[in-house]
Design a protein around this ligand. Structure first.
Ligand code: TYM
Length: 336
């Protein structure tokens, strides 16, 4: 089988509340890779159901993530956009890889511990096996590069371990490539606007903790105005942000949205109060996000047919890549 050289795979869960962290840590980087890589971007609905999803909302959220991909600038004619459950290779390969991965490896996954919380006995088996499905997503395409935010690093290390163990166990050196994580830009870990020591997340109960891709200009400005900071002016250097989580987060967001480094942002705003910086950040965020959010809204309100066509067409093309890999895996494992 021919080995791909520059094949990117990544995914976003359709669990609602797509936020600035998903955009800056992942989706925006997906867009930039289109020039140099063959890209496959998935809406991971199988992952979403590892925690309860209302079926109607799941369908709407699946379309919304696809709309976000398209509105952000991913070209569905040149690259693949599809939803995971349409290509059966993901679930099939996940089962095989469940038999390769070790319980000890999964026990170390910090995201499971965070998501399952105290009542681990009540978490779904799917939530526990989640990282193996993620490995299957990537390996079904023998993808070489995986752009993600910082929080997915541990899952990618597991995917690399699973690939290697499969290759060793079945004596097929190099069959699965070692996927490289691409953790890019100044906002690989966007923090909550209410607490700069916590990750911005879809599941935070406070709506003020995150800017979502459904927010209008007023909501964005209000959330930035209310963002947690401290009374001091901004420092002149990046070193001066240490111990100032809220300030550091806002400077990183400004840097990521503007394409500047944090040092450049502080050259401009060092010594200034948040009363000056926050309105500038709000203006920048609105300018950068509103073309995307308004296009998403337009598609969701009046062009769902187009989204569904993109997903169906993407699934066919994804199947054409994953199908033969899956067939080969079946032979390697000894299924007749
Ligand atoms: P998900 O849906 O939680 O998040 C989608 C992407 O957004 C990134 N991200 C962040 N980046 C910066 N700051 C944040 N606060 C922030 N929050 C989320 C995530 O790192 C991710 O890149 N398991 C994945 C989905 C997945 C996947 C895959 C990814 C399934 N299969 C295969 C890559 C390859 C997830 O839960 O993403």
């Amino acid at each position: 089988m021919e080995k791909p050289k520059n094949r990117v795979f990544s995914g976003v869960q359709p669990t609602g509340n797509l936020h600035l962290g998903n955009y800056l840590g992942a989706i925006r980087n997906f867009v930039g890779l289109q020039e140099t890589h063959e890209c496959i971007y998935c809406v991971v609905d199988l992952h979403a159901i590892t925690v309860w999803q209302d079926p109607k909302e799941l369908a709407a959220n699946t379309r919304e993530v696809a709309a976000a991909y398209i509105a952000a600038g991913i070209d569905p004619d040149k690259h693949i956009i599809f939803n995971q459950s349409k290509v059966s290779a993901h679930a099939e390969l996940a089962w095989i890889l469940n038999c390769v991965a070790r319980i000890g490896w999964l026990n170390r996954m910090t995201q499971f511990k965070d998501k399952a919380g105290k009542d681990r006995e009540q978490a779904s088996v799917g939530l526990y096996a989640y990282p193996v499905l993620m490995a299957a997503d990537i390996l079904a395409y023998r993808a070489t590069h995986v752009p993600v935010g910082e929080d997915q690093k541990q899952h990618l290390e597991l995917a690399r371990d699973v690939a290697q163990k499969f290759n060793n166990d079945f004596n097929v050196p190099d069959f699965f490539p070692q996927p490289e994580p691409l953790i890019m830009g100044p906002a690989t870990r966007v923090m909550s606007l209410r607490d700069g020591t916590k990750k911005m997340s879809k599941s935070d109960p406070s709506d003020y903790s995150r800017i979502t891709l459904r927010d209008d200009a007023d909501a964005i400005a209000l959330k930035i105005r209310k963002a947690q900071t401290d009374p001091d002016p901004l420092p002149e250097t990046v070193g001066g942000l240490e111990g100032r989580a809220g300030a550091s987060n806002l400077v990183s967001i400004y840097a990521a949205l503007s394409g500047l480094t944090q040092a450049d942002v502080l050259k401009e705003f060092g010594g200034k109060q948040f009363g000056v910086f926050k309105p500038a950040l709000a203006e920048l965020a609105v300018a950068k996000l509103s073309p995307i959010t308004s296009e998403m809204k337009r598609m969701m309100e009046s062009d769902q047919g187009y989204i569904d066509t993109v997903l169906a067409n993407g699934a066919e093309r994804a199947q054409a890549i994953a199908g033969p890999v899956n067939k080969r895996v079946r032979e390697i494992v000894g299924f007749i």
